[in-house]
Design a protein around this ligand. Sequence first.
Ligand code: KIV
Ligand code: ZN
Length: 515
Amino acid sequence: MDRLIIFDTTLRDGEQSPGASMTREEKLRIAKQLERLRVDVIEAGFAASSNGDFEAVRAIANTIKESTVCSLARANDRDISRAAEALAASDNKRIHTFIATSPLHMEKKLRMTPDQVFEQAKLAVRFARQFTDNVEFSPEDGYRSEPDFLCRVLEAVIAEGATTINIPDTVGYAIPELYGLFLKNLRERIPNADKAIWSVHCHNDLGMAVANSLAGVKIGGARQVECTVNGLGERAGNCSLEEVVMAVKTRRDFFALDVGVDTTQIVPASKLVSGITGFPVQPNKAVVGANAFAHASGIHQDGVLKARDTYEIMRAEDVGWFANRIVLGKLSGRNAFKQRVNELNIPIESETELNAAFAKFKELADRKADIFDEDIQSLFSDEAVTPHNEHFKLLSLAQHSETGERPHARVVFAVGPQEVTSEADGNGPVDASLKAIEAQVNSGSELLLYSVNAITTGTESQGEVTVRLSRAGRIVNGVGADPDIVAASAKAYLNALNKLYTTGERLNPQTSLTP
Ligand code: KIV
Ligand code: ZN
């Protein structure tokens, strides 16, 4: 059976999403989970985009052994050299170089003639081949490029040694059948097409990234899919890894392709990415949404109880969901906690991190009788377990709200070694609490998004709050979880402030670059 290569670009294209930028440690943590997920290729970043991203790619290349580690590079010597330098320690590396080929991008963005683009693409692949025999080439905005010109460029870069040819639908304009036929046509017309593996890279602007990718595989003969966990990515995101993998696995009868992914690691990967980036997963999201396997209607429940396959096409446990059961409580000790953390495959970086999470678990168990697996996961997605990031930290919160009265909040929080107390009124208790924090911090940031999600079911559930702040062109997400949603909101706000005030490293790779 043919194999479908899963190329994950959560750490590169996914990270381009405003607010999703990550530190080197966070990227490394996700890379380790992607390796556990057994993706074939991890696009670790864009080494030439910043020193921070260079270091992140290098750290991932030094650590990851089971997956190929890749860096993006524009089609020029400097970018390619930086990518090669960052990947140097890896025995299993790939350089991914790209240049735009659509008339619009060449004329308006690159201000280059097609002949110049043709030459630069060839030289870039030739140069990249000096560092590795695993070179991918992408004609950016490939789907809106002239097929004749594209054939000329792609034939030339394959002749120079490109081993993977990726056709990006950069702006998410494609329609499944047309995109599949576009690929098929290229592969049929290019004489040396069989010397490379063909790849799809679809954006989700019209909600068709997964459908387009699958059509590229089925109709176009692609054998690599580029995707991100939770479909993370700029604008409407990229093709979602979990959906494309489960479509090919579940409909093996149709696709007849093997995928090497360990699907039981999908939900842990989804939770880790969501926790680190602060991008919540919508409840009705396929495969990884909280409701993806919840059968609410009586007829469905009855059917599933009699025979699961009446309404279930996948098994929840096969993608890493577990029963919503009580696992630990107030009396559970550190060993039981550690064991459950291991069973959930939550990576623990150090004893300090485990101890911090255990302290938070005890705090939570004092206030919440039943602790579910989701609660344990939230302890780790909450950045508070990495104390070095905690410049701002919630210490206590009191608020008063009563029908007909203006709510008031009093928040006590740490600012470095100092304890600060602040009070404010607001439209509601959340508004009052965030205003109280802002009155002291004066960050001047704009709140772009505020959302609350129940982690488990029932009114006892912890609320998980996400806030997105913007200041001076920088966008960050903060997350906080607590059974009290006002406290969760304050935690999320302080978490976002911690990110806003950390220096330099959180740079979206491509935002500061010119073509
Ligand atoms: O969408 C796109 O065109 C890209 C390329 C750089 C591969 O992400
Ligand atoms: Zn892209």
